[in-house]
Design a protein around this ligand. Structure first.
Ligand code: HEM
Ligand SMILES: *[C@@H]1O[C@H](CO)[C@@H](O)[C@H](O)[C@H]1NC(C)=O
Ligand SMILES: *[C@@H]1O[C@H](CO)[C@@H](O)[C@H](O)[C@H]1NC(C)=O
Ligand SMILES: *[C@@H]1O[C@H](CO)[C@@H](O)[C@H](O)[C@H]1NC(C)=O
Ligand SMILES: *[C@@H]1O[C@H](CO)[C@@H](O)[C@H](O)[C@H]1NC(C)=O
Ligand SMILES: *[C@@H]1O[C@H](CO)[C@@H](O)[C@H](O)[C@H]1NC(C)=O
Length: 335
């Protein structure tokens, strides 16, 4: 039972030994430290805990005292506002489905945050959310060198071998990629991963995916080499041995003027953040005229969230921009 495993994680989370032996991978070491038996199933559970926390923020109670906002929550990087949610909600035509420009895809179509809080990828096994989350468990399991990766209960990664191709129509900049990698680091820290190991993972992610024009490399054997730069905007640091000629010109994603499933949003969102407490109220009216109101209260960390902000939109269907704000608000509400 998954819930029981979380409890056992928490019971020992504060007791992770200080030093990882050099002959043990990060995945194997923390599986042993947190879940005791270093099995394929437990390694997959560790990756599930990690990735779900990266996506929705820390949801296990309590953790070692590190708050994780998660990639769906807006934040700031070096004073620059970042909001990744629209790339996941379908508010931006930013998904590469093989065409010349991106398409709108809702990646929160498998129940959103609720199944993630139960250590599941989705509440079904066929949604976009299901495939995204399971691919992330597998990919990061390969990256973190889980010894049971691809065996038994730990399925091998079956997604795209090129992180550039997957992310190319998102036109991600340095702040966005940095925000994502920061959430991975915070999530790991929240489970007691040492600073040295968090730094090692962050450095690897930055050099593999955060450098513009990076030459092709193999990330997940035996997939073979492919272009891996996720950071493609001009403000991204340039890679060693940059091969910009192999990358297409950056295409900015357009905002989508109607929500998936034709629920016309006439939104009325109010977000107020004072200090570290965040309250989001979202009121939407769908095409059939039914009104839904959601309220969420969460915590934000001082370093990654804007300290104070008030956003209010009325008649949000008027512009693509305010629609994005509503979509972001709904994602924040899911937390
Ligand atoms: C180090 C940074 C990152 C890594 C390692 C990473 C890794 C991945 C992986 C493995 C997938 C699944 C690909 C597949 O199923 O074929 C994926 C998909 C996705 N990523 Fe990232 N990602 C990173 C940064 C970002 C950032 C900054 C965003 C910004 C919003 C983002 C948004 C997405 C989205 C929307 C998808 C779904 C795309 C699709 O299925 O077509 N990722 N990512
Ligand atoms: C790692 O090294 C230790 C001590 O050198 C040894 O006892 C252990 O068997 C090694 N483990 C693996 C998985 O090689
Ligand atoms: C670890 O495996 C042993 C032997 O199979 C079992 O008795 C024990 O309950 C397992 N511990 C956990 C935490 O799963
Ligand atoms: C997230 O972690 C912080 C710091 O430990 C804690 O105060 C907060 O209650 C946690 N949030 C959830 C939903 O568990
Ligand atoms: C969306 O629903 C509205 C109201 O039912 C309808 O008027 C409109 O034509 C629909 N749009 C699309 C693209 O189906
Ligand atoms: C938006 O919602 C708030 C809170 O429910 C309400 O006080 C306000 O009047 C609403 N504004 C509009 C323009 O509907």
């Amino acid at each position: 039972m998954l819930f029981k495993k979380v409890t056992s994680v928490l019971a020992v989370a504060g007791g992770v030994a200080a030093q990882r032996p050099s002959n043990m991978s990060i995945c194997d070491y923390y599986t042993t430290a947190l879940l005791t038996n270093n099995t394929a199933e437990n390694q997959y559970t560790l990756l599930t805990l990690l990735v779900n926390t990266v996506v929705i923020g820390n949801y296990t109670m309590p953790n070692v005292g590190v708050a994780v906002p998660g990639i769906l929550a807006p934040g700031t990087v070096d004073g620059e506002d970042v909001n990744l949610a629209p790339y996941f909600t379908g508010a931006l035509a930013s998904t590469n489905k093989g065409g010349m420009t991106g398409e709108s895809v809702n990646f929160l179509d498998g129940g959103g945050a609720a199944p993630l809080m139960k250590n599941m990828p989705a509440d079904d096994d066929s949604s976009n959310q299901y495939f995204l989350l399971t691919h992330l468990y597998q990919f990061f399991g390969g990256l973190l060198q889980c010894s049971q990766y691809g065996m038994g209960a730990f399925p091998a990664y079956t997604g795209d071998k090129s992180m550039y191709e997957v992310h190319k129509f998102m036109a991600l900049d340095n702040a966005e990629v940095t925000y994502f990698i920061t959430q991975v680091g915070l999530a790991a820290s929240s489970f007691g991963v040492t600073e040295a190991d968090v730094t090692a993972v962050g450095t690897a992610l930055n050099s593999l995916f955060g450098r513009r024009c990076a030459p092709a490399v193999e990330v997940i054997p035996p997939q073979g080499a492919a272009l891996q730069a996720i950071c493609t905007e001009p403000d991204c640091p340039i890679a060693d041995g940059a091969m910009c000629g192999l990358y297409d010109n950056v295409v900015e994603p357009s905002s989508v003027s109607s929500m998936a499933g034709n629920a016309t949003m006439t939104g009325n969102m109010t977000t107020t953040m004072s200090g570290h407490a965040t309250t989001t109220v979202v009121t939407t009216t769908d095409a059939s005229g039914s009104v839904m109101t959601f309220t969420s209260t969460g915590m934000a960390t001082g370093t990654t969230m804007a300290p104070t902000a008030t956003v209010s939109t009325a008649g949000a269907a008027a512009t693509g921009l305010s629609l994005m704000a509503v979509a972001g608000g709904i994602a924040a509400m899911l937390l």
